[in-house]
Design a protein around this ligand. Structure first.
Ligand code: SAM
Length: 245
């Protein structure tokens, strides 16, 4: 394919609409259609980053899952005892997650909303998770969203972000890209995520290569995992003041 042909290809959705101009509704309509094909589209297992970096015991703690999809991460957090707010603009995702959480009696509150202008309560969450969603949003909206996310984390709380990396086959238009590759607006370098969430202390920030068997045909991803912690408040004597749990 010529460079010109390739550039055009990168801008076109499978249905012919242009990725650069696509509304959040159009992006999420793609996910709606995929989610309608089968339940638990991204599998039952949560992100490995969540298992590794989010505190095990969620009793009395609250979590926020941004771009939750059908909810593999929200459900895992709720099973650990967290009260979970789960946000997605796909009505199918929100419906499925509500049903799955209800069937297990889990404390998950699914919200159908567009993250571009979603307001977050300040200092409300012990854990915030955003897995493969930021790269789907308009670039210009990310700095303000990042500020809202940082402010929403309690002192001592944790943010886990996993986004597709620069060497992802989807970006390089290589064989074996995911079926969502044409929706992706941005592939991240690790330092871009660190800069975006700069007020946080970076605990982990690296690119990994993973094989994804959860959806579509078996494919590989370059994944950037970022884990940041909001520094605990300092008491008058200079010691770190941790939340009471
Ligand atoms: C690749 S899926 C990841 C789902 C989930 N985080 C997981 O790891 O299983 C991305 C999700 O982001 C949602 N999304 C995309 N753009 C959004 C927006 N503007 N507002 C809210 N959700 C959005 C999609 O509907 C989709 O469910």
């Amino acid at each position: 394919m010529s460079r010109r042909g390739q550039a055009v290809h990168e801008l076109i959705f499978h249905d012919g609409s242009a990725a650069g101009d696509a509304t959040a509704e159009a992006v999420c309509a793609h996910f709606d259609r995929r989610y309608a094909t089968r339940a638990g589209y991204f599998g039952a297992r949560p992100s490995l980053g969540l298992l590794r970096y989010c505190p095990q015991d969620g009793a009395g703690r609250s979590a926020l899952d941004l771009g939750c999809g059908p909810g593999r991460n929200s459900l895992q957090l709720a099973r650990r005892g967290y009260g979970v707010t789960a946000v997605d603009y796909s009505a199918a995702a929100v419906r499925e997650l509500r049903n799955r959480a209800g069937a297990e009696g889990l404390p998950v509150c699914p919200v159908c909303a567009d993250l571009h202008d979603y307001e977050l309560p300040a200092g409300a969450f012990d854990v915030v998770v955003a897995v493969t969603v930021l790269g789907l949003l308009r670039r210009s909206a990310l700095p303000a969203l990042a500020r809202r996310v940082v402010a929403a984390i309690k002192p001592g709380g944790v943010l886990l972000v996993e986004e597709l990396g620069r060497s992802d086959p989807g970006r390089l238009r290589r064989e074996g890209a995911s079926e969502f590759a044409s929706l992706i607006r941005r592939y991240f370098a690790p330092e871009e995520l660190r800069d975006l969430f700069r007020p946080l202390e970076a605990i982990c920030c690296r690119e990994l290569v993973l094989t994804d068997t959860t959806h579509g045909t078996r494919h590989r991803h370059a994944l950037v995992r970022y884990v940041g912690r909001r520094r605990p408040d300092r008491a008058a004597d200079g010691r770190e003041e941790l939340p009471w749990h």
